[in-house]
Design a protein around this ligand. Structure first.
Ligand code: FE2
Length: 258
């Protein structure tokens, strides 16, 4: 954790308990196979699409993951978010082995990008672990200190960059914490995809309070209200699902999960 501020990321192999991992996997399958994931994306891409009838936090284990006590206790450290932070969003996905890549980008929410005074952190949970044939994660250590638009490096594609750190082997239930402004890329899968396993990844993000954060989903209030109604803050984290830390939703051209 000492190097988080310097590098902008930390790897937590096998961070999630296997009992939680076992319950999350069928929920991800349900989310993807029933079309709920697609509907949640559609609702972000066009005002003509209604909000989804269900959001991720309503699924039992997904809600628990969003407010997983060991994770929140780590985030509250001063060198991470500090004592007061709010849940921003959660995406759940399953990608087939041999999936495509995603160009270099970052996910820090600020429009326009102007400073890095308030940290935002993405927790990338690799439920089934990570292997090269699932598509690896590469990050550029220290790049979170640059102030740049999210897609400022998109011209680089997914190409290897000097000084990058490649993360492609993780056991099930591993978590990578990224400062959301850290540039990263998902490499296209390599190696034999035959007998390969799907990549189960749930990402959840959190922000230090003290500024107004732009929401990324038009139905963001519904997501936060689910967190409150389920009591996921356990009385310990009163700001975790509080609306007052957000500005109004503005639709972006992209409008789809990262
Ligand atoms: Fe990303």
């Amino acid at each position: 954790m000492e190097k988080f501020n310097e590098n902008g990321y930390v790897i937590l192999p096998g961070f999630l308990p296997s009992s939680l991992v076992r319950r999350l996997t069928p929920e991800v399958d349900h989310w993807v196979d029933t079309g709920l994931r697609e509907r949640s994306i559609d609702a972000c891409s066009s005002p003509e699409h209604a909000p989804p009838s269900v959001v991720e936090l309503q699924m039992e284990a997904h809600g628990e993951l969003a407010a997983h006590t060991p994770l929140l206790e780590l985030l509250r450290e001063d060198r991470l978010l500090g004592p007061a932070f709010v849940f921003h969003h959660l995406h759940s996905d399953r990608r087939p082995p041999g999936g495509s890549g995603k160009s270099w980008h970052h996910d820090y929410e600020q429009r326009p990008q102007r400073d890095r005074e308030h940290p935002m952190i993405h927790a990338l949970h690799y439920i089934g672990g990570l292997r090269p044939e699932m598509g690896s994660l590469a990050v550029l250590p220290g790049s979170h200190r640059q102030v740049a638009e999210k897609d400022a490096w998109s011209h680089l594609g997914t190409a290897e960059q000097p000084g990058e750190a490649l993360i492609d082997e993780l056991p099930p239930g591993s978590t990578v914490l990224l400062h959301s402004a850290l540039f990263h890329t998902r490499r296209a899968a390599r190696g034999p995809v035959k007998d390969g396993r799907a990549r189960y990844m749930i990402d959840a993000s959190y922000c230090r309070t003290g500024t107004l954060w732009p929401p990324v989903k038009p139905y963001w209030r519904m997501v936060l209200s689910v967190g409150r109604e389920r009591g996921l803050g356990q009385g310990r984290w009163p700001e975790l699902f509080a609306d007052r830390h957000f500005s109004e939703y503005v639709r972006t051209a992209r409008g789809v999960p990262e």
